[in-house]
Design a protein. Structure first.
Length: 128
């Protein structure tokens, strides 16, 4: 049987269309924008901080990462007050991904050639 993937309607049911358009919930957008704002606040804090939370301490280095990985494999990884070299890569990756999610979420609500991007998506029923 073919059903609407998100609405749970079957073709020919009493609803106006098989898959009603859903362009995002207010709470969903609020959480996304809040997550992006938190990352921007953290980056601002890092820009003015002089401690191990500053941008100078969060500069990724390939050579330091390789050396740390070699020590980690031997079981001799050193402790540090801030992030270890592999953790610095992870921090930047998470920040970039959260910001990209926020930007693409914001972009999904923009008009593109006179129609919203979400209105360009197919609204037909999908086999489940």
């Amino acid at each position: 049987m073919i059903t609407c993937a998100f609405a749970g309607n079957t073709p020919g049911s009493s609803s106006a269309s098989c898959c009603p358009r859903r362009d995002g919930d207010y709470a969903h957008r609020l959480v996304g924008y809040t997550a992006s704002a938190i990352v921007l606040v953290r980056l601002s804090w890092a820009a003015v901080s002089r401690s191990h939370a500053g941008l100078a301490a969060l500069r990724p280095s390939v050579s330091q990462s390789r050396a740390y990985l070699r020590l980690l494999v031997r079981g001799q990884a050193p402790r540090s007050a801030g992030h270890n070299p592999l953790g610095v890569w992870m921090v930047w990756l998470l920040w970039i991904l959260v910001l990209l999610l926020g930007v693409t979420g914001w972009m999904s609500r923009l008009d593109a050639f006179g129609a919203t991007i979400s209105s360009m998506m197919p609204t037909r029923c999908w086999p489940i």
